[in-house]
Design a protein around this ligand. Structure first.
Ligand code: SF4
Length: 380
């Protein structure tokens, strides 16, 4: 399968490193500082798995950013979003940076599935064209008191904005509506970790199969390293890409921030990544690396190099506080720390000939939560 890249290096404006309007700087500043916006705009979901609390903005050259709009740290941001008759613009310290587009709430959110679920409770639009869902909205680590301190997966259940299990048949209907609306080009399926050895692979496989039986669309699945042949099962039902997320390469940090996940050894991650690259191919396997949890830069760079050498993309994101999580009042890392990290990790990807724009589905393709794609494309 081949897909057109969303953008090419020649089209990037201001790609000179150090230029305040350089796209990597701009996107990273938005991810790390957030944007102050008028009160009368819809500011996005507040909780759930993954980086919530924002809206998707289209920056110059078609780059999409998941921009934090409401968490506490946004009040300190020097970037503001203003509406004009002609559209939206970003300002920094009162000076206009650029015009931007806001990705609107899709129409399928107002529809219901045939079994009566509001479609927005089954799956959401991420970025410009990725329909994403958390198949199981609970996690064994929460029930044992060992949940990740940055995660809000079960909070959105309490607010009633989602359902505990997403029935695959309903998901197929939602994806159909999103395809019809032309807002779905790929799918992200994630899951809270159940207590079983497959670590959610069976749920992911069931949903992937239903989707692949109906649509020709790339599907990304995310899970902890399963025990047994479950990565093979996911490949057999047609999943295109897989995310096996280490979250942080510093084992001490991981133990303190993600005590449940840290019980899975690093060796298990290594062997799952190796197996996944065999099954799905280079650049089709990724791992979230969250910066700003207490690690140092070396742990990120050494870890990124190690996974890149296996063919795995380190999807580097700045920590983002989620309302209701233990870390809700923490700040993200600074953009001045993240920009050089992005540039170095992009250099590592280039050394291993690992182009993230080859990735077919999921977070790496969507790219809204990380500047890694922009850093790779714009590298000097
Ligand atoms: S990068 Fe992943 S979590 Fe972020 S918006 Fe895109 S699909 Fe969602």
């Amino acid at each position: 399968m081949f897909r057109e890249p969303y953008f090419v290096a020649e089209n990037f404006v201001n790609k000179k490193p150090g230029n305040p309007l350089n796209l990597v700087n701009l996107k990273t500043e938005i991810l790390c500082k957030g944007i102050k916006a008028e009160n009368n705009i819809e500011k996005g979901r507040k909780s759930g798995a993954g980086p919530a609390g924002g809206r998707y903005l289209v920056l110059p050259d078609n780059s999409v950013v998941n921009a934090p709009l409401w968490p506490h740290f946004v009040n300190k941001s020097d970037i503001t979003l203003k509406r004009f008759d002609s559209g939206w613009s970003l300002f920094k310290n009162g000076e206009k940076i650029t015009d931007v587009e806001l990705i609107n709430t899709p129409k399928f959110y107002s529809l219901k599935t045939p079994s009566g679920y509001p479609m927005y409770k089954i799956a959401l639009l991420h970025g410009r064209d990725c329909v994403a869902t958390t198949l199981l909205q609970s996690c064994v680590h929460w029930s044992t008191g060992n949940g990740c301190k940055f995660c809000g997966i079960e909070n959105s259940l309490r607010t009633g904005s989602t359902v505990p299990r997403k029935p695959p048949k309903d998901l197929v209907e939602v994806v159909g509506a999103a395809i019809e609306e032309d807002v779905c080009k790929h799918i992200t399926l994630t899951t809270g970790t159940p207590s079983t050895k497959d670590r959610g692979a069976k749920l992911l496989a069931e949903a992937t199969k239903e989707l692949k039986d109906r649509y020709e669309i790339p599907v990304h699945v995310q899970l902890e390293p399963p025990e047994g042949n479950y990565l093979e099962l996911l490949a057999n039902v047609g999943a295109d890409t897989v995310g096996i997320h280490i979250e942080n390469f510093d084992r001490g940090v991981l133990k303190s921030v993600c005590p449940g996940k840290a019980e899975v050894s690093f060796e298990e991650y290594l062997s799952a990544w190796r197996k996944a690259v065999e099954l799905f191919g280079e650049a089709q396997v990724s791992t979230y690396v969250i910066a700003g949890l207490g690690e140092d830069d070396n742990s990120i760079l050494e870890g990124a190099e190690m996974v890149a050498s296996l063919g795995v993309i380190p999807f580097l994101v700045p920590f983002r506080p989620i309302l209701g999580s233990e870390f809700e009042n923490r700040d993200p890392p600074s953009a001045s720390r993240m920009v050089p990290l992005y540039e170095k990790v992009a250099g590592i990807l280039a050394d291993y000939n690992l182009d993230p724009s080859r990735n077919l589905a999921g977070c790496v393709r969507c790219g809204a939560c990380s500047s890694i794609l922009e850093a790779f494309v714009c590298r000097g």
